[in-house]
Design a protein around this ligand. Structure first.
Ligand code: NAD
Length: 297
């Protein structure tokens, strides 16, 4: 099918590549020229602007880094709402449900159907097509784009109301953020006690403490000291903040989330928005005065 894709970053780059490779006709736009060139070399068509994408195709996907940028691209002065052909807007970004509901309302007034479609599984999942793809919106519209979404991974229909898939995604990412925070503290404690952090991950992964920090984030980015997992600190903190504000709005207890949130805010202050989110481990290392590095090699 004909698909527009805006935001060719860590996630959007490999996802749009997979669409091209699956035989879809993809029209791309990004604020970075180099990101567009990578895709046009593979067979995608370059658009001149966001609105130009919406003039050319009925289905437009976006994968953008912040709520503000997402809203501007969708509903801003030169946004998708200016386009003549666009019928459905599939947002693959993580925005939280309130932003999704707000944007869906504006899009609806312009006759554009919004499908919320946040994804989980990181850059590796985007490259391999093994993401968890969470979709909410009118069922028939999700079915219409299902074959394209399946190129990204396993599709889960989360409900017909705007924002439902976003709430699902925030619950997932809060657990991911918590796993990273708690694993950093657990492994720092063990290293302080004289244990090898590699051994600790091996044991935890064979036991009941296993989570994506100990199976993937530590072995790939913390233990080797590369801190290059491919998910920005600002993005992780955005998701934790969104979880906190969404949970607060429901009035549910969030004692764990508040503690986790404080640690992520500290890591953001120490390492900056552009750092990789795995640098949170360095914040814990600093406090514990240990280094959680591989002793191998
Ligand atoms: P990124 O910063 O790597 O990519 C964003 C892209 O958007 C960049 O190429 C940037 O140039 C482009 N962009 C910014 N403003 C633009 C504009 N006005 N018009 C056109 N293009 C513009 O971000 P990412 O890591 O790919 O994340 C994108 C979304 O996916 C975020 O909502 C994030 O929370 C979510 N997400 C990320 C991961 C991950 O592991 N990186 C995993 C799951 C979900």
């Amino acid at each position: 099918m004909e698909i527009g894709f805006i935001g060719l970053g860590n996630m959007g780059g490999p996802m749009s590549r997979r669409l091209v490779e699956a035989g879809h006709q993809v029209t791309v736009f990004d604020a970075r020229k180099d990101a567009m060139e990578t895709l046009t070399k593979l067979g995608a068509t370059a658009a001149r602007s966001v609105a130009d994408v919406a003039d050319r195709v009925e289905t437009v996907m976006t994968s953008l880094p912040s709520l503000d940028i997402g809203f501007q691209v969708a509903a801003g002065e030169n946004g998708l709402i200016r386009g003549n052909r666009i019928k459905r807007y599939v947002d693959l970004s993580t925005t939280g449900s309130r932003a999704a509901i707000k944007t869906a309302e504006v899009m609806k007034q312009r006759g554009i159907i919004q499908i919320d479609c946040p994804v989980s599984g990181g850059v590796a999942g985007a490259e391999k097509g093994t993401l968890a793809v969470m979709a909410s919106g009118p069922k028939e519209e999700v079915e219409h784009v299902r074959s394209a979404l399946e190129v990204f991974g396993k599709v889960f229909y989360c409900g017909d109301q705007p924002g439902m898939a976003q709430s699902m995604k925030l619950a997932n990412n809060f657990l991911s953020a918590t796993g990273m925070a708690a694993s950093s503290e657990a492994i720092a404690m063990g290293v302080k006690a004289g244990l090898d952090p590699n051994l600790m991950c091996d044991v935890i992964n064979a036991g009941s403490g296993m989570n994506t920090a100990t199976t993937q984030k530590f072995p790939r980015a913390v233990l080797p000291g590369t801190f290059d997992y491919g998910f920005g600190m600002a993005l992780m903190v955005k998701d934790v903040r969104l979880f906190l504000s969404e949970a607060e709005s429901f009035g549910i207890p969030i004692e764990v989330a508040q503690a986790v949130g404080r640690l992520w805010e500290k890591a953001l202050a120490e390492h900056g928005p552009e750092s990789d989110f795995t640098e949170l481990a360095k914040t814990v290392e600093k406090g514990a005065n240990v280094q959680m590095r591989s002793k191998k090699k």
